[in-house]
Design a protein around this ligand. Structure first.
Ligand SMILES: *Cc1c(COP(=O)(O)O)cnc(C)c1O
Length: 383
């Protein structure tokens, strides 16, 4: 019989670096008397991240949402952007704030990423870009998406908030498309408490994004465009530099947690584990299962609620679908009947507690709870 956990087990815990080292950084910043506006910590973080993510052109921001919002602005997009309903609200809200109309495309039922085969039929003469999400860090069908974009002269932007360090056939995930956003929020694998970055192909965007994240200020005499404030401050950049040192170790630990889940969930009927496909390397951002109610005998919502009785707080990522937001009611592409795979996925996915410090024994116990919730279905011959 499964036991109730003494302490709540949350879906994640922020990756915290060594406190003494963070204090040393804080002291350095204090002595420099520069707290923000692209100081030494910011520049060091930028250089180190660029190396880590193997990118030529990168800008750092105060969070991932503003990075994406300003990235879309920098690309001067207009009209309609084809995107996925199965994502975090920030993806589509970055479109809203640019006066761009989202056109929702259904997802692939196995990867949960935008279904590249369904994109082309949604293109109109107003379409200017495809905004796809590497959901749970698993790469989209980047080649097919690029081929469609090339054929129709569209930009390709990836929300890579989950994909820090993801690779496809040995290549860094940010090497695909015109632009990729990363989030450094506290719940993400790599964090600066709040923060984000853009990696992009066009070197001209270095200057433009530099202006957009700092009020369009070119120098003490000139303000040349309407920007925003999206600067990452020195304290957070300093924390990020210390987190970066422990990211690889966290990955190794999460790998062990992932293996334990996979082993102990494997034999349960109706539970499917979302794994990385051939040629992909995982970002270890989330560990997600899919619950097929007809095989498992209980719904995802039931499992989610029952786990809470054991002090286990899994999360329904993503829920609800972005296409179901009230302000998209009038949008034809948002109609549920156009998005059958997304509608099914949103009822079935559950992100399990997942972080390096989660003891393997706890993973085993969580899997035991799930096994005990299983209800054997009568086969047709027994009915
Ligand atoms: C976390 C997240 C964001 C938002 O990033 P912030 O840094 O929190 O602004 C955007 N898209 C997805 C898919 C996310 O998971």
């Amino acid at each position: 019989m499964a036991k109730v956990f003494q302490q709540p087990i949350h879906v994640t815990r922020p990756l915290l670096p060594d406190f003494e080292k963070v204090t040393d950084r804080l002291k350095t910043v204090w002595e420099s008397k520069q707290l923000t506006n692209f100081g030494a910590q910011h520049d060091e973080l930028s250089t180190k991240l660029q190396r880590y993510l193997e990118s030529d052109h990168m800008s750092i921001f105060s969070n991932g949402t503003l990075a994406l919002l300003l990235g879309l602005r920098a690309l001067e997009l207009t009209g309609e952007v084809i995107t996925t309903p199965f994502t975090f609200p920030a993806t589509v809200q970055a479109l809203d704030w640019n006066n761009l109309t989202p056109v929702f495309c259904d997802i692939d039922p196995t990867t949960f990423n935008i279904d590249a085969d369904k994109i082309e039929s949604l293109i109109t003469d107003k379409t200017t870009a495809i905004l796809a999400v590497h959901v749970f860090g698993n790469p989209c069908d980047v080649e097919k998406i690029q081929a469609i974009a090339d054929k129709h002269h569209l930009k390709v932007i990836y929300d890579g908030a989950h994909a820090f360090g993801s690779k496809l056939n040995g290549l860094p995930i940010s090497g695909f498309g015109d632009m990729t956003m990363f989030s450094f929020h506290a719940t993400k694998l790599f964090n600066t408490i709040e923060g984000g970055a853009l990696i992009y192909r066009d070197p001209a965007l270095d200057k433009r994004l530099g202006l957009l994240r700092n009020f369009g200020i070119l120098n003490t005499e000139e303000v040349v465009l309407s920007g925003l404030n999206a600067k990452l401050n020195e304290l957070q950049a300093g924390v990020g530099l210390e987190v970066l040192k422990v990211v690889e170790d966290e990955r190794l630990k999460r790998h062990a947690v992932k293996k334990a889940y996979e082993e102990h969930l494997a034999a349960i009927e109706g539970i499917r584990v979302l794994t990385t496909l051939e040629g992909e390397s995982s970002s270890y951002q989330y560990f997600v299962i899919r619950i097929d109610e007809t095989l498992f005998g209980q719904s995802r919502d039931y499992v989610h609620k029952e786990l809470q009785k054991y002090n286990v707080f899994a999360r329904k990522y993503f829920y609800p679908l972005c296409s179901d937001f009230e302000w998209y009611n009038e949008l034809p592409s948002a109609h549920p009947e156009n998005l059958p795979n997304a509608q099914r996925a949103v009822q079935q996915v559950l992100a399990m507690p997942y972080y390096g410090a989660l003891p393997i024994q706890s993973v085993v116990e969580i899997c035991t709870i799930i096994r005990e919730l299983y209800v054997k279905q009568k086969s047709l011959s027994q009915l």
